[in-house]
Design a protein around this ligand. Structure first.
Ligand code: SF4
Length: 381
C-alpha cells in the first residue's frame, strides 16, 4: 500500500483484522459499534466496480447494518468534535500567547514521524486525539450512559483508509481505565473483504442513513478526508469564534488540491493569520524544518502523511499512484461537503447537545480528560 512506501511507522506489516470483527459480531454479549472515516465513502465502491470517487455513503450504511453491527455511526461526527476542540485550542493559544503554529494531530503516521524526527518540538502539535479515537471514548462514556450499556460490553470498530490507525489504536495513552478507546481498526479494503465474504453486493443496496446521535455530521467533518480539509474545517469554526461574525464564504480554495505545500492568509480581527498545509512526508519535513529554522512564521499548519491526504491512504483500494483516481476521490469529498445543509462543525446539533448534556465547554476540564492526549519523545530513526 501507499503508506508502506512512505511512512516510517509501525504500520510496516499489515495484520488482517477481519477475523476479530467477525468474532465480535458473533459474540452475543457485545454491543458492536462501527464508524467509517470520511475517505472510505469515496473509495469503497471501487471494490464493487463503481467509478473512483462515487459516493456510497448510504449504501455503506445499509451494508454495515446487513453485516450485523448494532449501531452504524460516522467518524465524520467525531471529526466535527475534533474541530470543536482544535479550534478552541487554537483560539486559546492565539489569545494567551501560546505556542504557534498549532499542528493538526489526526494523522498517526505523521505524529509518530514527528515524535522521532522533531522531538524538540513536541509542544506544537494539537493535543487533540484523532477523530476515530474521540469517537471511541464518547461511545464508551456518553453513549453508554445514554443507552444504559455497560462500557465493557461495547466493542468499537473503526473502518479507516489507513494502516497507521491500527498502530494508533494500540497506543497506551489512548485508553480509559485501561480499556482501549477503539477495539479494532479495519481498512477500506478489509470492509470490502467482509462484504464479499457475506455476499453483499454493495452497489445494489438502497441508501440508508447512519444512526443517531453519533452519525450526523457537517460538511466540515467530511473534508477531513482530503489534504487541507482539517485546517479548512478548523478555520470555519475558529473564524466565527474569534470574530463573532458569520463566515459567509466557507470554501477556502487555496487550501485544496494536490500542490505539495499550500498556503493561505486569513484576516481575523485585523491580523493576518497564516496557514500552511503539507501532504506526503517529504513535504512535511521541509515545512517543519523551515519552522524549526525560523524561516516560516505560520499560525496553524496541517500535515497528512499520505499524498492527497487520507483519500490516498494505504488501506484504500489500490490506486497505484494514479492521480486521476485520487482526483476523483477528492471531488467526491468536496461534493459531499457541498451537499450538506450544515457546513460548520459548531452548528452540528448533535455536537451542541453533546457539549450541553455531557462535556461542558470545548477545551474544558472534561473535554481535556476524554478528548486530549500527549506525545512521546522517541529515538531518531
Ligand atoms: Fe492514515 Fe490519513 Fe495519515 Fe494516511 S494521511 S497515514 S490515511 S491518517
Amino acid at each position: 500500500g501507499q503508506c508502506v512506501a512512505v511512512c516510517p511507522t509501525a504500520a510496516l506489516t499489515e495484520v488482517n483484522n477481519v477475523p476479530k470483527v467477525w468474532d465480535a459480531l458473533y459474540n452475543e454479549k457485545k454491543f458492536v459499534m462501527v464508524q467509517t472515516a470520511p475517505a472510505v465513502r469515496v473509495a469503497l465502491g471501487e471494490e464493487f466496480g463503481a467509478e473512483p470517487g462515487t459516493l456510497v455513503t448510504g449504501k455503506m450504511a445499509a451494508a454495515l447494518r446487513r453485516l450485523g453491527f448494532n449501531a452504524v455511526f460516522d467518524t465524520d461526527f467525531a471529526a466535527d468534535l475534533t474541530i470543536m476542540e482544535e479550534a478552541a485550542e487554537f483560539a486559546h493559544r492565539l489569545q494567551h500567547g501560546g505556542k504557534l503554529p498549532i499542528l493538526t494531530s489526526c494523522c498517526p503516521a505523521w505524529v509518530k514521524f514527528f515524535e522521532h524526527q522533531f522531538s524538540d518540538m513536541l509542544d506544537i502539535p494539537s493535543t487533540c486525539k484523532s477523530p476515530h479515537e474521540m469517537f471511541g471514548v464518547i461511545a464508551k462514556t456518553y453513549y453508554a450512559e445514554k443507552m444504559g450499556l455497560d462500557p465493557e460490553n461495547i466493542y468499537v470498530v473503526s473502518v479507516m483508509p489507513c494502516l497507521a490507525k491500527k498502530y494508533e489504536a494500540a497506543r497506551p495513552e489512548l485508553t480509559q481505565d485501561e480499556a482501549p478507546d477503539v477495539d479494532t481498526v479495519i481498512t477500506t479494503r478489509e470492509l470490502a473483504q467482509m462484504l464479499k465474504e457475506a455476499n453483499i453486493d454493495l452497489m445494489t443496496l438502497e441508501d440508508e442513513e447512519f444512526d443517531n446521535p453519533l452519525g450526523e455530521s457537517s460538511g466540515a467533518g467530511v473534508i477531513f478526508g482530503a489534504t487541507g480539509g482539517v485546517i479548512e474545517a478548523a478555520l470555519r469554526t475558529a473564524y466565527e469564534w474569534l470574530t463573532n461574525e458569520t463566515l459567509e464564504k466557507v470554501d477556502f480554495y487555496d487550501l485544496r488540491g494536490f500542490e505539495g505545500i499550500k498556503e493561505a492568509t486569513v484576516n481575523i480581527n485585523g491580523a493576518d493569520i497564516k496557514i500552511a498545509v503539507a501532504h506526503g512526508l517529504g513535504n512535511a519535513r521541509r515545512l517543519l524544518e523551515d519552522i524549526r529554522d525560523g524561516k516560516a512564521d505560520y499560525h496553524a499548519i496541517e500535515i497528512m502523511a499520505c499524498p492527497g491526504g487520507c483519500i490516498g491512504g494505504g488501506g484504500q483500494p489500490y490506486h497505484h499512484g494514479d492521480m486521476e483516481i485520487l482526483r476523483k476521490r477528492m471531488e467526491g469529498i468536496y461534493t459531499e461537503d457541498k451537499n450538506k445543509v450544515i457546513r460548520k462543525s459548531h452548528e452540528n446539533p448533535y455536537i451542541k447537545k453533546l457539549y450541553e448534556e455531557y462535556l461542558g465547554e470545548p477545551y474544558g476540564e472534561k473535554a481535556h480528560k476524554l478528548l486530549h492526549t500527549h506525545y512521546v519523545k522517541r529515538r531518531k530513526m
